[in-house]
Write a protein that binds this ligand. Structure first.
Ligand code: MGP
Length: 318
């Protein structure tokens, strides 16, 4: 999955390698990231809708040795009301996990799953498929400082780190942070990620970075029951509030949203900045199935610098 530089640094933009990157012993520290700047760059508005189907892979095989939640962290739930899926969603998850739906996708979610990747229940249904996470990360420049606002089990942070970015992974659930830190070690990128246990909305005013990645909770698998997903349905706060919090950190943002999202609402977010940000939306397919929509804002928007991912599903499988 070789990637090229998606967005060369703009004039005046600089990225500071922060001291914490050389001292990884702190997972519960709060960092005030000053002086790392991001410059508003282009002002043109664009909208692209691209489809990137990948090759089919076989379905899960019968008689797999383990099931989700067996060897992994068992069915953890997020801490705090803001992250708790509702009961119906949780019931859906349990049913889906038992049916092996998410287990069948394990190598799509993490290609190194068999090396000991760990997830909790919410991680199973909300982790960004690795190929999608890698393509999103390709819009960052190596050396960028990226804030992953809802890091979860770390899938996106890992891909940004693998891209050569430095990542501040914010997650409100300390148990998820432990899982994410473990997964980062599995991928050998732990030196590039600083995990912060905290509420993104409270931390945002004190953070500066080059890029913010937003993959907030969608409300659990039940999101699909709404024919049109509107931004007010995002958790723990609506999409406008979430985006505005991210804008305090950097004008450049990437947002991963449901396939049913009202795209005109998403595009309107680019108008919250003055002058408006560049905007691009992208459909993300895995195995010819639409999994979600990625919205790119600021300098992350534009023609992709990567090609159709040669995601070898047979290699990823056992
Ligand atoms: P899905 O739509 O629940 O299932 O999740 P899937 O595999 O498309 O099932 P199908 O039978 O309908 O094809 C698809 C992807 O959306 C997941 O792999 C996650 O990347 C993402 N996703 C799903 N949910 C419920 C969430 C969520 O709550 N938050 C975030 N950030 N991503 C989610």
């Amino acid at each position: 999955m070789a990637k090229t530089n998606a967005a060369p640094p703009g004039p005046g933009r600089r990225t500071r390698v922060l001291p914490f990157l050389h001292n990884r012993t702190t997972t519960h520290r709060f960092f005030r990231l000053l002086d790392a700047t991001a410059t508003k760059t282009a002002r043109r508005r664009r909208r692209r809708l691209t489809a990137r189907p990948t090759r089919n892979r076989r379905a899960t095989r019968p008689g797999e040795p383990k099931r989700p939640g067996a060897a992994e962290e068992p069915q953890d739930q997020a801490v705090g009301a803001a992250r708790e899926p509702d009961a119906a969603a949780e019931a859906d998850v349990d049913a889906a996990v038992v049916a092996g739906k998410y287990w069948a996708h394990r190598h799509s979610l993490f290609s190194l799953y068999d090396r000991g990747v760990r997830m909790d229940a919410e991680g199973w249904y909300s982790a960004t498929p690795e190929a999608v996470a890698a393509s999103q990360a390709a819009r960052a420049a190596p050396g960028d400082l990226v804030v992953d606002a809802f890091a979860g089990c770390g899938g996106n942070s890992i891909q940004f780190a693998a891209r050569g970015c430095y990542v501040v992974a914010v997650e409100i659930d300390p148990r998820k942070v432990e899982l994410a830190a473990h997964n980062a070690r599995v991928y050998g990128v732990e030196d590039r990620i600083e995990f912060v246990v905290g509420d993104f909305f409270r931390l945002a005013p004190f953070l500066k970075a080059d890029l913010v990645f937003l993959s907030p909770p969608w409300g659990g698998p039940a999101y699909i029951h709404a024919p049109i997903y509107t931004l007010d349905m995002l958790k723990p706060k609506d999409g406008y509030t979430t985006f505005q919090a991210a804008q305090k950190i950097a004008p450049n943002a990437i947002m991963f949203l449901p396939r049913t999202v009202d795209i005109s609402q998403v595009e309107e977010l680019s108008w919250l900045s003055c002058p408006p940000l560049d905007f691009e939306s992208e459909e993300n397919y895995i195995h010819h199935r639409l999994k979600g929509i990625t919205a790119y804002f600021g300098r992350t928007a534009g023609p992709p610098s990567y090609h159709c991912q040669n995601w070898d599903d047979e290699q990823a499988a056992d």
